[in-house]
Write a protein that binds this ligand. Sequence first.
Ligand code: CLF
Ligand code: SF4
Length: 522
Amino acid sequence: MTDLGQELTQAFGDENGVVDINDVMQQMAEHKGCGTSSEGGKASCGSSGGPEDMPPEIWEKVKNHPCYSEEAHHHYARMHVAVAPACNIQCNYCNRKYDCANESRPGVVSERLSPEQAAKKVLAVASTIPQMTVLGIAGPGDPLANPQKTFETFRLISEVAPDIKLCLSTNGLALPDWVDEIAKYKVDHVTITINMVDPEVGQHIYPWIFWEHKRVTGIEAAKILTERQLLGLEMLTERGILAKINSVMIPGINDRHLIEVNKAVKSRGAFLHNIMPLISAPEHGTVFGLNGQRGPTAQELKALQDDCEGDMNMMRHCRQCRADAVGLLGEDRSAEFTTDKIMEMEVEYDAAGRAAYQQAVEAERQAKVAAKKDELDGLDAAGDIKLLVAVATKGHGIINEHFGHAKEFQVYELSASGAKFVGHRRVDLYCQGGYGEEDALDTVIKAINDCHAVFVAKIGGCPKSDLQKAGIDPVDQYAHEYIEASAIVWFKDYLAKVASGEIVHAERGDAAIRQGALLNAG
Ligand code: CLF
Ligand code: SF4
């Protein structure tokens, strides 16, 4: 057992030294996770607010779920097990035949697992990655088109690892039939992918559904699908199960319509809305990829997310992860846990050690929130100025990645309200084996072209000067410090320079969302 595990046993163990994980989790809930609110009463910690913004039982469900809490995603990991191969509908953006280890997008996995293999894999990952708090089933088909495998997996995992939250992602067609089963297995988080609430729009996204033993096409298919999705959402809300809605933004087909979708799901009690960009390239072999349907630009996506953000939480940190993804959002450790490797692993499930590790994570999270709070004073000088900055990070809310090693940059919006996470951009590695690649630098600049600065732990002279030429300030003086607190300090300095006339504030252009570099959907 780790030192922390021993401390925990002393703190929470009974006379036999046995630790009740629920006691520990309760203590963690009481130890408030995110204590700030930004201007306007909106929680500053992202997608799911903080403990003061919601009932304690809801906070308990979201505080360490990396998808339901933006702040949690810097610290906690999720994993998916690919136990659900079949699907009961066809989406024009999906092709599950395509299976490549270098490819990452919805529907793609490298291996399919039986429920028993999945349970072993969960224990192996939980033992290796103690901050892995959520197990999701998200494909590669639809979990509810494979109900026996899905619920058997949940049953096995809830027996062996009861501290792990269970999560499910579905297209919603079969959802009303399975809501009671979902409640029975205490699956507290369900995602429904809803791309339309108008069958006229839906017919351009879904060529067919399989319904009551036959294939239904066109408007009729979309009508059945939307009715089932909304009914399923209402049934989840009635049972107090948190529902997240994923929507794929398809320019020219459903982009402005997603505002209607947002209203429809909000009125039925959805907790969170996640609008994701269409991933579409000819080599994916999807209908949209082959017919040249484009995805949105970064600014188009952000504008739509901003338009939908009112009383409802918008998720902006989704990585469109693979159906077998493992790790923090934005990293993929699935290759460490192939079936061959996990079958050879000696797995010891150390619940106390995991809980102790997570307590340490909570402390780190608190320190980050406190650091940000300390810097918030004096931002009024920003007036209407809002700008974006990119950050190279390996997680933990710290600027701790070398520019050349970054596979993605996180994007924060700086304004009079402080620093707010608004998205991320996947990029090609600039630095492979220590050598800079000009083309790769070009794609990095395109991906963060709408940002005024990029915060890194370290950067070489060449990329530094090219970034400066592109009008992006490379900032390396906050290496290994907290992202938000550092960004606010930099922003105050920027505002002071604007006020003194040393620089003139100017808007920047749009940026590209890299197709095919995304991870797979839940
Ligand atoms: Fe997985 Fe989905 Fe659960 Fe998260 S993913 S089933 S809710 S545990 Fe998360 Fe991945 Fe986005 Fe999904 S980042 S694709 S939203
Ligand atoms: Fe089925 Fe999901 Fe693929 Fe759509 S994206 S066809 S719901 S597996």
